[in-house]
Design a protein around this ligand. Structure first.
Ligand code: P6P
Length: 339
């Protein structure tokens, strides 16, 4: 293989050597990479299954056609539960924490993930993604992990990242020493370094939010978006609006081009005051990545990574992207609770 081609496995190994790891974390991360490759292959087939004649929930080989998010969830769980590096997991697809089967050894790490975020978009061939967050366990011993291992504030993350399944499959991750992106070369089945040392612009010119909820936003949010659409903002011209409706795709664009993605609290549903997105396996990992790339992530009132979780599926407002844009939103958000 050409000396200049850095595969993700080589990158993981070189980071392990640089930071003196024993290799446990590297083998954990390599399993997440493997799971991403399997999910990528399946997502790529999704449209074909229909064309090739899946009948009901059986495909042409008479195999069960699972919903892709259920399939992806099982792929990530099965890739991680037997390797002896994980003591507990949590998934968007599972109501409770996921314990490691009795027959497998338990390890030092905690992995939480949204196995296939935005999967409702797959029928329209819109990009979707996996998001993952890794912690070291808090509970002592080498037995099962527990809920308190999952309910750690985001600043304690040991690593985090996401996979975007689109025209290419791209794996972006950080373990605290910057952010790197790798593109899957399907001809060899390897992720190859394609976005070294990603840095998000300090300020952007794109905002990303579902404007359909404008009337449900609080005052500061409405006034901030009106400001971005005016010539009063720092760019002296209106920001562009881009909203795919798939978090990983909207975040990936924001990370590369700069700007701000917002899923703020809204008044639509009194039972859901904090917006739609989840803290543990959506906001926290993306906040970790964006801060490693020089950006910011906020609830509007505090740093996402400082939020102390109270339950595994808790929702949180997510304002994330270029540092100056996020800081500017926080100024407006101070008006959110003033009528
Ligand atoms: P809305 C997809 O269903 C998702 O969970 C995220 O990927 C995306 O950012 C969000 O919901 C879109 O939600 O309310 O704008 O349709």
């Amino acid at each position: 293989m050409n000396e200049n081609i850095i595969t993700i496995e080589r990158h993981i190994l070189e980071e392990q050597r640089r930071y003196g790891g024993r290799g446990d974390f590297s083998s954990l991360l390599s399993q997440i990479v493997l799971a991403a490759k399997v999910v990528s292959a399946q997502v790529g087939q999704a449209g074909l299954v229909d064309i090739l004649g899946a009948v009901g929930n059986k495909n042409i080989q008479e195999e069960d056609v699972q919903k892709l998010d259920v399939f992806s969830n099982e792929i990530f769980i099965n890739a991680l539960n037997y390797i002896g590096r994980v003591c507990v997991m949590a998934s968007e697809e599972e109501k409770d924490i996921i314990l490691i089967p009795e027959q497998y050894p338990k390890g030092e790490y905690v992995v939480m993930f949204d196995p296939l975020d935005g999967s409702s978009n797959i029928d329209a061939n819109i990009s979707i993604g996996t998001i993952f967050s890794i912690f070291r366990r808090k509970t002592k011993g080498n037995g099962d992990g527990a809920i308190e291992d999952c309910l750690q504030p985001g600043y304690a993350q040991y690593g985090a990242g996401y996979v975007i399944y689109s025209t290419s499959t791209i794996f972006v991750y950080s373990t605290g020493a910057g952010v790197n992106g790798f593109t899957l070369d399907p001809s060899v089945g390897e992720f190859v370094l394609s976005y070294p040392d990603i840095k998000i612009p300090e300020r952007g010119s794109i905002y990303s939010i579902n404007e359909g909820y404008y009337n449900y936003w609080k005052r500061g949010t409405r006034e901030y978006i009106d400001y971005l659409k005016s010539e009063r903002n720092h760019n002296k011209k209106p920001y562009s609006l881009r909203y795919i409706g798939s978090l990983v795709a909207d975040f990936h664009r924001t990370l590369l081009y700069g700007g701000i993605f917002l899923y703020p609290e809204d008044l639509r549903d009194p039972k859901r005051p904090a917006g739609k997105l989840r803290l543990l396996y959506e906001a926290n990992p993306l906040a970790y990545v964006v801060e490693q790339a020089g950006g910011s992530a906020s609830t509007g009132y505090q740093r996402i990574l400082n939020v102390v979780p109270s339950e595994i599926h808790q929702r949180v407002p997510l304002i994330i992207g270029s540092r100056l844009d996020v800081e500017e939103y926080e100024e407006f958000a101070k008006r959110n609770n003033i009528e």
